[in-house]
Design a protein around this ligand. Sequence first.
Ligand code: C5P
Length: 292
Amino acid sequence: MSDAIATGSEVQVQAQAKVNLRLRVLEREPGGYHQLESIFLRIALADLVRVRVLPSGRSLDCAGPAMPAAGLGRVEDNLAWRAAAAYAEASGWPRGFAIAIEKHIPVGGGLGGGSADAGAVLRALDAIAPHPLGDQALAALAFTLGSDVPFLASRLTSAIGRGRGERLEPLPAPPARPLVLVIPPFAVNTGEAYGWVAAARAAGALPMHADPPLDARALGRWDALARVAANDFEPVVATRHPEITAAVRALRDAGATIAMMSGSGSTVFGVFEGPPPALALPTEFRVVRTSS
Ligand code: C5P
């Protein structure tokens, strides 16, 4: 099954963002990367990704309401470009591509925007390839692009991610709920945030959690998800940016059943049982209403 809308050599895919309902940073591998235990949940907020297959040439155009004024840097460094290049390298097709992305997902905010675009490009190409690679090969390719890409390249609504995020265990999708994203006026560098976790651990300020194993069958319910909701990045980022604590408090005060930071931040999200009320927050925070 594919969510791609294809017409000849062109295909359009929704690149949905994710939130992490749980993000435990575990052992540091000898190479410096950390093992993770994550719960990913796809949300309605999405970029729109169009991929055109060409006889030659490569291009990437990004526009849309979430484009940062400073742009997105060199196209060759963009994860969506790298996904298409990796696909072409792995399968010998296509020779050329033109990618157009309409950005709606805030950039650099822990919502997996760049990874979602990369995952969408992989799905798009495989939907129109003369010899599709298939889901397994696509997942392996996704893992070479980053920890969030295997989940976002999949069609899962929710999953536990282990290893560096590539070992996915599907979860039953919880019922759709209103979600409010609070985006503080700063971004967090992911590599730096891992360094803060490691430093806090070394100083004995952040325990290495030894929680009971997650029971996937129970995690299709919001009350069960709320009990395991935790993010190891949240305390170390909040120490440096008190705005995180303010955003979590505002969401809780407004009745959110879960209020926490996503990924390495800086986005904080709240899950609501009904229509969310207005939030009491300074105007420098951007508020985006969406749903799971
Ligand atoms: O995946 P991404 O390129 O955003 O990671 C940035 C940095 O975060 C890595 O270079 C690494 O230092 C750190 N990282 C880590 N463990 C992971 C993922 C990232 O330590 N599982």
